[in-house]
Design a protein around this ligand. Structure first.
Ligand SMILES: *Cc1c(COP(=O)(O)O)cnc(C)c1O
Length: 305
């Protein structure tokens, strides 16, 4: 393993670019896109920020292997495999459900980067973080550094907590910012961003799963672990899941198609399109004051074509 994992050679270079999005539908609100998707082709966006301090910790503890959990289309699984390859860790991916061959592009990419894959059926997967399951995995695979599902833990939140200062420095000339928005899967990214915000700003999270209200407890727990106490500067907008995780509707597709035509940017339907739809809807509803400067974190998955 690489003692400098997460810091030295091979680490994506921050800051990621930021650019204002000009769109007449925004009225007086100024919207900036923080392009974390451009940080690194293999370690995009929040996945890198969440891994960074975990890799350093794994190296510090002299672990040679990372083990983590995810669905068959998990961006986190793919990023962990890429990080392991780049920084010299063996990787094990514990995948929800049964093995399907041939592997889909996410899992094939992970396997090509040396990740060993193992599967838990849905019932067993639900118990993935219990001591019994972890002990069983240790018996089978040996010692490892454990990254929870989605990579969200206290160190991940601390990595994401670096975003606000980065944005602040970039937008100083524009007068700073008022709010930061992000899409939420496990809530780790939101927990971190909110934890790193200077006073007087807020963070808005857009859960991409149905019933995203439950994430509030998760965000609080992660903030308690990362920063000692939850912060009161964030909220969840739970009305933009479009049917649930990886679900889409004609309305969402139409929005993303139109957005692509206007701005030349293809929005990933699982996360970014839902957040962006939500930001435009909130703006139309007057949720942001006229003149407010809002930053949308493009956590991954956007592309030019
Ligand atoms: C994983 C992911 C998220 C969700 O991040 P959480 O920290 O799990 O809430 C958001 N956007 C993209 C593009 C992702 O890949």
């Amino acid at each position: 393993m690489d003692d400098d994992a997460g810091r030295g050679e091979g680490a994506p270079r921050t800051p990621s670019p930021i650019a204002e999005l000009r769109d007449d539908r925004l009225g007086g609100v100024r919207l900036f896109l923080k392009r974390d998707d451009l940080l690194d082709p293999e370690l995009p966006g929040n996945k890198w920020r969440k891994l960074k301090y975990n890799l350093a910790e794994a190296a510090r503890l002299r672990h040679g292997t990372l083990l983590t959990f995810g669905g068959a289309y998990s961006n986190h699984i793919r990023a962990t495999a890429a990080a392991g390859r780049r920084f010299g860790f063996a990787t094990i991916g514990v995948i929800r459900g049964e093995e399907h061959l041939p592997l889909n592009p996410t899992l094939a990419g992970a396997a090509a980067r040396g990740m060993r894959l193992t599967y838990l059926d849905r019932t067993a997967y639900r118990a993935k973080h219990t001591p019994e399951t972890i002990a069983r995995l240790r018996a089978e695979w040996g010692e490892f550094y454990l990254l929870p599902e989605g990579g969200s833990n206290a160190l991940a939140a601390r990595g994401c907590a670096e975003l606000p200062a980065e944005i602040d420095a970039q937008l100083a000339a524009a007068g700073g910012f008022d709010a930061v928005c992000c899409a939420c899967g496990t809530g780790g990214t939101l927990a971190g961003i909110a934890g790193g915000l200077p006073p007087g700003r807020r963070a808005v999270g857009f859960p991409v799963l149905k019933g995203g209200e439950y994430l509030a407890g998760e965000v609080e727990r992660l903030q308690r672990e990362a920063f000692g106490a939850p912060t009161s500067n964030w909220s969840l907008e739970c009305g933009f899941h479009f049917g649930g995780y990886a679900r889409r509707t004609p309305e969402l597709d139409a929005f993303a198609g139109d957005f692509h035509e206007r701005h030349g940017l293809r929005l990933d339907r699982v996360y970014i399109a839902k957040m962006m739809y939500g930001i435009f809807a909130l703006t139309a509803r007057g949720a942001f004051a006229p003149g407010a400067r809002v930053v949308a974190v493009v956590t991954g998955g956007a592309g030019p074509a």
